[in-house]
Design a protein around this ligand. Structure first.
Ligand SMILES: [Zn+2]
Length: 137
């Protein structure tokens, strides 16, 4: 799913939850949109483009926009894994302050999963760090 779609969903959620969460609802944007930064981390690591000035986020954005990532499937995106979701759930149980982060994350993941089911095979992404490591070693 494109980042603009995640931004629209996050803004709607922020507006709907503002009466309940107040200014803290803005944190929904962080996990609702910005967790896609892991695509950039994957791109940098996969192609060893560690000069982040030369190979900036826009270069990676073009790579994903042109769907050149398809030949590298399945992708392991750290913030799009069950483990990260579990971490956020535990964090929210211990510190309720993180509830907006969890809400943004759940919205983001739901949108991504619905998009993947309709556009691509569900197997395009590796959803678990642990299961991926167990299969590799
Ligand atoms: Zn995503």
């Amino acid at each position: 799913m494109q980042i603009i779609h995640h931004a629209v969903i996050a803004v709607i959620a922020i507006l709907l939850l503002y009466p309940i969460l107040g200014i803290h609802s803005l944190w929904i944007f962080v996990t609702g949109v910005l967790i896609d930064i892991d695509h950039y981390a994957w791109y940098v690591d996969k192609f060893r483009k560690y000069n982040l000035v030369k190979h900036n986020v826009f270069e990676a954005y073009k790579f994903f926009k042109k769907k050149k990532y398809k030949k590298h499937h399945p992708l392991l995106l750290v913030f799009h894994t069950y483990e990260f979701g579990f971490f956020l759930v535990v964090l929210t149980i211990i510190y309720p302050f993180y509830l907006p982060f969890l809400i943004g994350y759940l919205l983001h993941m739901s949108a991504d999963m619905i998009y993947d089911m309709h556009k691509y095979s569900y197997k395009n992404r590796l959803r678990s760090i642990i299961l991926t490591l167990l299969k590799k070693y």
